[in-house]
Design a protein around this ligand. Sequence first.
Ligand code: UT7
Length: 337
Amino acid sequence: MTARAAVLSGLGGYLPPRTVTNEELSARIDTSDEWIRRRTGIRRRHVADPGVSTGDLAVEAGHRALKSAGLGTADTVDMVIMATSTPDHPLPATAPDVAARLGLGPAAAFDMAAGCSGFVYALATATAALVAGHAERVLVIGAEVFSTVLNPADRGTAVIFGDGAGAVVLRAGTTDEPGAVLAVDLGADGTGRDLATIPDGGSRQRATGREPHPDGHYIHMRGKEIFVQAVHGMERSSAAALDKAGWNVGQIDHVVGHQANLRILHSLAQQLGVDRQRVVSHIEEAGNTAAASIPLALADAAARNRFRPHDRLLLTAFGAGLAWGSIALTWPPITPA
Ligand code: UT7
Protein backbone atom coordinates (compact mmCIF):
# COMPACT_ATOMS: atom_id res chain seq x y z
CA MET A 1 0.00 0.00 0.00
CA THR A 2 1.40 3.39 -0.91
CA ALA A 3 1.47 6.18 1.64
CA ARG A 4 2.74 9.74 1.83
CA ALA A 5 6.54 9.83 2.10
CA ALA A 6 9.57 12.09 1.90
CA VAL A 7 11.27 11.65 -1.48
CA LEU A 8 14.86 12.65 -2.27
CA SER A 9 14.81 15.07 -5.19
CA GLY A 10 18.13 16.94 -5.14
CA LEU A 11 21.72 16.49 -3.92
CA GLY A 12 24.85 18.61 -3.76
CA GLY A 13 28.20 18.61 -2.01
CA TYR A 14 30.86 21.23 -1.50
CA LEU A 15 34.42 20.87 -0.25
CA PRO A 16 36.52 23.99 0.28
CA PRO A 17 39.34 24.01 -2.30
CA ARG A 18 42.33 23.94 0.07
CA THR A 19 43.56 20.45 0.99
CA VAL A 20 45.89 19.34 3.75
CA THR A 21 47.73 16.09 3.00
CA ASN A 22 48.94 13.54 5.52
CA GLU A 23 52.50 14.53 4.63
CA GLU A 24 51.79 18.14 5.56
CA LEU A 25 50.43 17.04 8.95
CA SER A 26 53.43 14.76 9.49
CA ALA A 27 55.71 17.77 9.11
CA ARG A 28 54.17 19.43 12.17
CA ILE A 29 52.91 16.65 14.45
CA ASP A 30 54.18 13.23 15.45
CA THR A 31 52.34 11.14 12.86
CA SER A 32 52.92 9.69 9.39
CA ASP A 33 51.12 9.23 6.10
CA GLU A 34 51.51 5.48 6.56
CA TRP A 35 49.86 5.50 10.03
CA ILE A 36 46.97 7.73 8.99
CA ARG A 37 46.19 5.74 5.86
CA ARG A 38 46.48 2.36 7.58
CA ARG A 39 44.52 3.29 10.73
CA THR A 40 41.87 5.56 9.13
CA GLY A 41 41.89 5.33 5.30
CA ILE A 42 42.34 9.11 5.04
CA ARG A 43 44.77 10.62 2.50
CA ARG A 44 43.79 14.27 2.70
CA ARG A 45 41.12 16.54 4.12
CA HIS A 46 39.76 19.86 2.91
CA VAL A 47 40.08 22.91 5.14
CA ALA A 48 38.22 26.21 4.90
CA ASP A 49 40.36 29.32 4.64
CA PRO A 50 40.32 31.74 7.59
CA GLY A 51 37.15 33.82 7.43
CA VAL A 52 35.12 31.10 5.68
CA SER A 53 32.34 29.85 7.94
CA THR A 54 30.09 26.81 8.16
CA GLY A 55 27.25 28.94 6.77
CA ASP A 56 29.40 29.83 3.74
CA LEU A 57 29.98 26.15 2.95
CA ALA A 58 26.29 25.40 3.58
CA VAL A 59 25.22 28.04 1.05
CA GLU A 60 27.45 26.44 -1.62
CA ALA A 61 26.08 22.93 -0.95
CA GLY A 62 22.52 24.26 -0.68
CA HIS A 63 22.78 25.98 -4.08
CA ARG A 64 23.91 22.74 -5.65
CA ALA A 65 21.13 20.67 -4.06
CA LEU A 66 18.47 23.18 -5.20
CA LYS A 67 19.93 23.14 -8.71
CA SER A 68 20.03 19.35 -8.76
CA ALA A 69 16.33 19.34 -7.73
CA GLY A 70 15.60 21.64 -10.67
CA LEU A 71 14.11 24.29 -8.40
CA GLY A 72 13.70 27.83 -9.67
CA THR A 73 12.96 31.01 -7.76
CA ALA A 74 9.21 30.42 -8.06
CA ASP A 75 9.46 27.05 -6.29
CA THR A 76 8.99 27.15 -2.56
CA VAL A 77 11.04 25.40 0.08
CA ASP A 78 9.09 25.39 3.36
CA MET A 79 11.85 24.40 5.72
CA VAL A 80 15.65 24.51 5.98
CA ILE A 81 17.30 22.24 8.55
CA MET A 82 21.00 22.57 9.15
CA ALA A 83 22.88 19.84 10.94
CA THR A 84 26.09 21.16 12.46
CA SER A 85 28.20 21.16 15.59
CA THR A 86 30.27 24.11 14.38
CA PRO A 87 27.61 26.81 13.79
CA ASP A 88 28.60 30.33 12.78
CA HIS A 89 27.52 31.65 16.23
CA PRO A 90 25.92 30.32 19.43
CA LEU A 91 23.04 32.69 18.54
CA PRO A 92 21.33 33.06 16.15
CA ALA A 93 21.16 29.66 14.50
CA THR A 94 23.01 29.47 11.18
CA ALA A 95 20.10 28.06 9.12
CA PRO A 96 18.03 31.29 8.87
CA ASP A 97 21.02 33.17 7.46
CA VAL A 98 21.76 30.35 5.02
CA ALA A 99 18.08 30.26 3.96
CA ALA A 100 18.08 34.03 3.39
CA ARG A 101 21.28 33.86 1.35
CA LEU A 102 19.73 31.09 -0.77
CA GLY A 103 16.67 33.25 -1.36
CA LEU A 104 14.45 30.83 0.58
CA GLY A 105 13.02 33.22 3.19
CA PRO A 106 10.51 33.04 4.90
CA ALA A 107 10.98 29.26 5.12
CA ALA A 108 11.22 27.84 8.63
CA ALA A 109 14.93 27.45 9.38
CA PHE A 110 16.74 25.96 12.34
CA ASP A 111 19.94 24.16 13.35
CA MET A 112 20.16 20.66 14.67
CA ALA A 113 23.06 19.46 16.83
CA ALA A 114 23.48 15.70 16.99
CA GLY A 115 27.22 15.47 16.38
CA CYS A 116 28.22 13.19 13.55
CA SER A 117 24.65 11.82 13.45
CA GLY A 118 23.28 15.31 12.78
CA PHE A 119 22.50 14.73 9.12
CA VAL A 120 20.55 11.53 9.82
CA TYR A 121 18.62 13.29 12.61
CA ALA A 122 17.87 16.22 10.28
CA LEU A 123 16.75 13.89 7.50
CA ALA A 124 14.48 12.09 9.96
CA THR A 125 13.00 15.42 11.13
CA ALA A 126 12.44 16.56 7.55
CA THR A 127 10.78 13.23 6.78
CA ALA A 128 8.43 13.62 9.74
CA ALA A 129 7.48 17.16 8.66
CA LEU A 130 6.78 16.02 5.09
CA VAL A 131 4.81 12.93 6.07
CA ALA A 132 2.73 14.96 8.57
CA GLY A 133 1.97 17.54 5.88
CA HIS A 134 3.73 20.39 7.72
CA ALA A 135 5.94 20.94 4.66
CA GLU A 136 5.96 20.10 0.96
CA ARG A 137 9.66 20.65 0.31
CA VAL A 138 12.60 20.69 2.76
CA LEU A 139 16.28 21.51 2.30
CA VAL A 140 18.52 19.51 4.65
CA ILE A 141 22.15 20.58 4.95
CA GLY A 142 25.01 19.01 6.90
CA ALA A 143 27.89 21.48 7.19
CA GLU A 144 30.97 21.85 9.36
CA VAL A 145 34.11 23.90 9.68
CA PHE A 146 35.51 21.40 12.14
CA SER A 147 39.03 22.78 11.71
CA THR A 148 37.99 25.59 14.10
CA VAL A 149 37.65 23.13 17.00
CA LEU A 150 40.76 21.03 16.33
CA ASN A 151 43.77 21.27 18.61
CA PRO A 152 46.59 21.29 16.04
CA ALA A 153 48.82 19.45 18.54
CA ASP A 154 46.34 16.60 19.20
CA ARG A 155 47.17 13.81 16.79
CA GLY A 156 44.08 11.86 17.86
CA THR A 157 41.77 14.44 16.26
CA ALA A 158 43.85 16.72 14.02
CA VAL A 159 44.48 13.93 11.52
CA ILE A 160 40.92 12.72 11.10
CA PHE A 161 38.56 15.69 10.84
CA GLY A 162 37.98 17.98 7.85
CA ASP A 163 35.62 20.71 6.62
CA GLY A 164 32.78 20.47 4.09
CA ALA A 165 29.06 20.60 3.41
CA GLY A 166 26.48 18.40 1.73
CA ALA A 167 22.79 18.99 1.13
CA VAL A 168 19.65 17.24 -0.09
CA VAL A 169 16.20 18.40 -1.11
CA LEU A 170 13.27 16.27 0.00
CA ARG A 171 9.76 16.67 -1.35
CA ALA A 172 6.41 15.19 -0.42
CA GLY A 173 5.67 12.08 -2.49
CA THR A 174 4.69 8.48 -2.00
CA THR A 175 6.41 5.37 -0.68
CA ASP A 176 6.38 3.62 -4.07
CA GLU A 177 8.49 6.33 -5.75
CA PRO A 178 12.25 5.83 -6.12
CA GLY A 179 13.88 8.16 -3.60
CA ALA A 180 11.34 7.49 -0.83
CA VAL A 181 12.53 7.37 2.77
CA LEU A 182 11.10 4.05 4.00
CA ALA A 183 12.39 3.66 7.54
CA VAL A 184 14.06 5.65 10.30
CA ASP A 185 15.78 4.56 13.51
CA LEU A 186 17.22 7.10 15.97
CA GLY A 187 18.74 6.74 19.43
CA ALA A 188 21.00 8.35 22.01
CA ASP A 189 22.86 7.59 25.24
CA GLY A 190 23.91 10.68 27.18
CA THR A 191 25.92 8.64 29.68
CA GLY A 192 28.59 8.58 26.96
CA ARG A 193 28.72 12.40 26.80
CA ASP A 194 32.43 12.58 27.69
CA LEU A 195 33.62 10.41 24.80
CA ALA A 196 33.60 13.37 22.42
CA THR A 197 33.16 16.85 23.82
CA ILE A 198 34.01 20.52 23.39
CA PRO A 199 34.01 21.48 27.08
CA ASP A 200 33.80 25.28 26.92
CA GLY A 201 31.60 27.84 25.23
CA GLY A 202 28.27 26.69 26.67
CA SER A 203 26.27 27.32 29.83
CA ARG A 204 27.87 24.45 31.79
CA GLN A 205 31.18 26.25 32.00
CA ARG A 206 29.54 29.53 33.07
CA ALA A 207 27.18 27.78 35.49
CA THR A 208 30.09 26.22 37.38
CA GLY A 209 32.01 29.51 37.41
CA ARG A 210 34.98 27.56 36.14
CA GLU A 211 37.87 29.35 34.44
CA PRO A 212 37.93 28.48 30.75
CA HIS A 213 40.24 25.53 30.12
CA PRO A 214 43.17 26.48 27.83
CA ASP A 215 42.10 23.75 25.41
CA GLY A 216 38.41 23.95 26.29
CA HIS A 217 37.24 25.18 22.92
CA TYR A 218 38.83 22.20 21.17
CA ILE A 219 37.21 18.81 20.68
CA HIS A 220 38.41 16.16 23.13
CA MET A 221 37.77 12.65 21.90
CA ARG A 222 38.32 9.19 23.38
CA GLY A 223 38.78 7.70 19.92
CA LYS A 224 39.24 4.04 20.72
CA GLU A 225 36.13 3.88 22.94
CA ILE A 226 33.98 5.65 20.35
CA PHE A 227 35.35 3.33 17.68
CA VAL A 228 34.06 0.23 19.48
CA GLN A 229 30.72 1.80 20.36
CA ALA A 230 30.28 3.15 16.82
CA VAL A 231 30.53 -0.27 15.21
CA HIS A 232 28.01 -1.85 17.60
CA GLY A 233 25.74 1.21 17.66
CA MET A 234 25.53 1.47 13.87
CA GLU A 235 25.04 -2.29 13.57
CA ARG A 236 22.10 -2.26 16.03
CA SER A 237 20.55 0.84 14.49
CA SER A 238 20.99 -0.49 10.95
CA ALA A 239 19.28 -3.73 11.92
CA ALA A 240 16.37 -1.76 13.43
CA ALA A 241 15.96 0.38 10.28
CA LEU A 242 16.13 -2.70 8.02
CA ASP A 243 13.52 -4.40 10.14
CA LYS A 244 11.19 -1.39 9.89
CA ALA A 245 11.73 -1.24 6.09
CA GLY A 246 11.06 -4.97 5.78
CA TRP A 247 14.41 -5.52 4.05
CA ASN A 248 16.96 -8.21 4.73
CA VAL A 249 20.71 -7.53 4.67
CA GLY A 250 21.12 -9.23 1.29
CA GLN A 251 18.77 -6.70 -0.29
CA ILE A 252 20.91 -3.64 0.56
CA ASP A 253 22.75 -2.32 -2.48
CA HIS A 254 24.79 0.37 -0.69
CA VAL A 255 25.73 1.13 2.91
CA VAL A 256 26.52 4.82 3.37
CA GLY A 257 27.93 5.05 6.89
CA HIS A 258 29.25 8.09 8.71
CA GLN A 259 32.76 8.58 7.37
CA ALA A 260 34.70 8.48 10.65
CA ASN A 261 37.23 5.81 9.86
CA LEU A 262 37.48 3.26 7.04
CA ARG A 263 38.16 0.53 9.59
CA ILE A 264 34.87 1.37 11.34
CA LEU A 265 33.03 1.08 8.00
CA HIS A 266 34.68 -2.25 7.23
CA SER A 267 33.98 -3.61 10.73
CA LEU A 268 30.37 -2.51 10.37
CA ALA A 269 30.09 -4.29 7.01
CA GLN A 270 31.52 -7.43 8.56
CA GLN A 271 29.14 -7.30 11.55
CA LEU A 272 26.16 -6.72 9.27
CA GLY A 273 27.26 -9.43 6.82
CA VAL A 274 27.48 -6.99 3.91
CA ASP A 275 30.18 -7.29 1.25
CA ARG A 276 32.77 -4.45 1.44
CA GLN A 277 32.05 -3.63 -2.19
CA ARG A 278 28.69 -2.30 -1.08
CA VAL A 279 30.22 0.14 1.43
CA VAL A 280 30.41 3.71 0.13
CA SER A 281 33.55 5.57 1.18
CA HIS A 282 34.64 9.12 0.57
CA ILE A 283 36.98 9.26 3.57
CA GLU A 284 40.20 9.07 1.56
CA GLU A 285 39.46 12.51 0.08
CA ALA A 286 37.55 14.32 2.82
CA GLY A 287 38.37 12.73 6.18
CA ASN A 288 35.69 12.89 8.86
CA THR A 289 33.47 15.90 8.13
CA ALA A 290 31.04 15.11 10.99
CA ALA A 291 27.45 16.10 10.06
CA ALA A 292 28.51 16.73 6.44
CA SER A 293 30.01 13.29 5.87
CA ILE A 294 26.96 11.32 4.71
CA PRO A 295 25.61 13.86 2.17
CA LEU A 296 29.17 14.42 0.89
CA ALA A 297 29.65 10.66 0.47
CA LEU A 298 26.28 10.44 -1.32
CA ALA A 299 27.16 13.32 -3.66
CA ASP A 300 30.56 11.85 -4.46
CA ALA A 301 29.18 8.36 -5.14
CA ALA A 302 26.27 9.72 -7.21
CA ALA A 303 28.66 11.85 -9.29
CA ARG A 304 30.54 8.62 -10.06
CA ASN A 305 27.24 7.01 -11.21
CA ARG A 306 27.49 4.44 -8.48
CA PHE A 307 23.75 4.40 -7.71
CA ARG A 308 20.90 3.28 -10.00
CA PRO A 309 17.27 4.33 -9.54
CA HIS A 310 15.45 1.95 -7.16
CA ASP A 311 18.74 0.79 -5.54
CA ARG A 312 18.30 0.22 -1.80
CA LEU A 313 20.47 2.44 0.41
CA LEU A 314 21.14 2.21 4.13
CA LEU A 315 22.46 5.40 5.77
CA THR A 316 23.86 4.99 9.26
CA ALA A 317 25.73 7.28 11.67
CA PHE A 318 27.15 7.38 15.18
CA GLY A 319 28.87 10.15 17.11
CA ALA A 320 29.06 12.58 19.99
CA GLY A 321 26.11 12.62 22.36
CA LEU A 322 26.25 9.73 22.10
CA ALA A 323 23.71 9.83 19.28
CA TRP A 324 23.08 7.46 16.40
CA GLY A 325 20.62 6.87 13.61
CA SER A 326 19.89 4.95 10.43
CA ILE A 327 17.68 5.52 7.42
CA ALA A 328 16.53 3.14 4.67
CA LEU A 329 15.65 4.71 1.33
CA THR A 330 15.56 3.88 -2.35
CA TRP A 331 17.60 5.85 -4.88
CA PRO A 332 15.84 8.39 -7.12
CA PRO A 333 16.66 9.32 -10.72
CA ILE A 334 18.70 12.42 -9.81
CA THR A 335 22.18 13.71 -10.55
CA PRO A 336 24.08 15.87 -8.09
CA ALA A 337 24.93 19.43 -9.17
O1 UT7 B 1 33.08 11.14 14.20
C1 UT7 B 1 32.39 10.51 15.23
C2 UT7 B 1 33.20 10.22 16.44
N1 UT7 B 1 34.54 9.81 16.19
C3 UT7 B 1 34.89 8.59 15.74
O2 UT7 B 1 34.07 7.77 15.37
C4 UT7 B 1 36.36 8.28 15.81
C5 UT7 B 1 36.60 6.85 16.13
N2 UT7 B 1 37.98 6.56 16.46
C6 UT7 B 1 38.98 6.42 15.55
O3 UT7 B 1 38.78 6.62 14.35
C7 UT7 B 1 40.31 5.95 16.04
O4 UT7 B 1 40.21 5.58 17.40
C8 UT7 B 1 41.47 6.99 15.89
C9 UT7 B 1 41.79 7.19 14.41
C10 UT7 B 1 41.08 8.31 16.51
C11 UT7 B 1 42.73 6.44 16.58
O5 UT7 B 1 43.07 5.20 16.00
P1 UT7 B 1 43.33 3.93 16.92
O6 UT7 B 1 43.69 2.83 16.02
O7 UT7 B 1 42.14 3.73 17.81
O8 UT7 B 1 44.60 4.39 17.73
P2 UT7 B 1 44.84 4.33 19.31
O9 UT7 B 1 44.31 5.54 19.95
O10 UT7 B 1 44.47 2.99 19.86
O11 UT7 B 1 46.40 4.38 19.33
C12 UT7 B 1 47.22 3.29 18.81
C13 UT7 B 1 48.66 3.75 18.76
C14 UT7 B 1 49.11 4.44 20.04
O12 UT7 B 1 50.49 4.15 20.22
P3 UT7 B 1 51.00 3.00 21.22
O13 UT7 B 1 50.45 3.38 22.56
O14 UT7 B 1 50.40 1.74 20.69
O15 UT7 B 1 52.47 3.08 21.10
C15 UT7 B 1 48.94 5.89 19.75
O16 UT7 B 1 49.76 6.71 20.52
O17 UT7 B 1 48.81 4.74 17.73
C16 UT7 B 1 49.30 5.96 18.28
N3 UT7 B 1 48.66 7.06 17.59
C17 UT7 B 1 49.20 7.62 16.50
N4 UT7 B 1 50.35 7.40 15.85
C18 UT7 B 1 50.61 8.15 14.77
C19 UT7 B 1 47.46 7.63 17.84
N5 UT7 B 1 47.21 8.60 16.93
C20 UT7 B 1 48.29 8.61 16.09
C21 UT7 B 1 48.60 9.37 14.95
N6 UT7 B 1 49.76 9.10 14.32
N7 UT7 B 1 47.80 10.31 14.47
